[in-house]
Design a protein around this ligand. Sequence first.
Ligand code: FAD
Length: 396
Amino acid sequence: MPAPTESRGGEALALARELAPRFAERAAAHDERGRFPEADFAELRAAGLTGLMVPARLGGFGASFAEYAAVAAALARGAGSTALIFNMHASVTGALAQTPEHLVRALGAPESFFAARDKALEAAAGGALYAVAMSERGGGSRLSKTTTAYRRSGDGFRITGAKAFVSGSGHADAYLVTARDTESEEPLVSHFLVPAGAGVRVEETWDSLGMRATGSHDVHFDAEVGPDALLGGVEGLALLLAEAMPQWLVASYAAVYTGVARAAVDAACDHVRGRGLDGLAPVRARIGRAEAAVAAAELVVAEAARRIDADPGEDATNRWVWRAKLTAGDTAFQVASSLLEAAGTGASRRGHPLERLYRDARCGALQPATSDVCADWLGAAALGGDPDRDTAVPRW
Ligand SMILES: Cc1cc2nc3c(=O)[nH]c(=O)nc-3n(C[C@H](O)[C@H](O)[C@H](O)COP(=O)(O)OP(=O)(O)OC[C@H]3O[C@@H](n4cnc5c(N)ncnc54)[C@H](O)[C@@H]3O)c2cc1C
């Protein structure tokens, strides 16, 4: 799909760059307490950025994927956790706004879906925050392992199950939940938008190595929802969309982790200058290698994003999507690790920006698709196979 013509993506990027230094000032406190960054989200809402992906006709910025990627990287340069929660929200609103209408209609979506979609997008432009509840303990983010179930109830659905690692949980207005149909022979997995409140319980379990302020707790669902909660208006779309247009599942994190990697270069330069280490050639060489690696990863993400906007769902586009996730995830932790060594033990103290960035950067390769899964997918493609099918276990 071509980039929306009414986009105010440039304005959004300027706002993100303005907010990022304030996020950076608060990041250490949020990280230490493992708390949701409320002040950051108050500012994102005030700037209207929860409406980044919402079309202009519904009150948003109407950003393209490339504009999202630039905003996410700018926010992550300030605070990785804030940018990661924002990424989950952008994935929900971006997929809703950018999945082509003709495709959804061809799949059988009823007219009522479009009204429900616009209502959810309008709410986002007004400040509503959405989280993604896909992963489960034991099965990770693999759709084929989904145990959270749904069944028809009245004219809607009842959703029952437990999700894990839900960034922004307890602070989101609604959750995108993946759930499996218990009444069908087929392993149908569908997306639902489940409002916070009755039938949704957060269990505070998140106390992890990195991205601590994402508050990615377990969430338990036993919720009744109306028919409009079924995203796309059709059951069983989750796998189809994951394979056909993987950008919001695979590549949206990439921008966040290039931002974290760029922040590590910034922090290393500050530290090295402050300690008078900038005359040491081995230290400078590590900074030089890191800077070049981050610039290369930024270019890979930008190329993937450009193709997502120009030719979404094309084979060549999807190959860049997987390259972007692999390159950004691996670059972030390699760069942060090398820079910590260049900066020395003082930078490994709790509360030093490089110490936090080292931990945050380690998470990129773990998020789906993991770096190992991306590399296997790309290897299968390079060998001339079908990377979605040539696999011992399902990709999703
Ligand atoms: C900071 C952070 C925030 C997160 N936020 C969210 C969120 O908001 N919402 C959400 O739903 N999830 C979220 N997650 C969860 C995350 O995105 C993954 O789904 C989860 O980490 C996967 O679970 P796992 O690592 O336990 O297991 P797995 O993904 O099962 O990985 C375990 C091992 O199996 C390998 N593996 C996995 N799949 C395959 C495959 N198909 N083929 C071969 N090997 C495979 C992996 O490479 C890895 O080595 C978050 C994770 C992190 C780190």
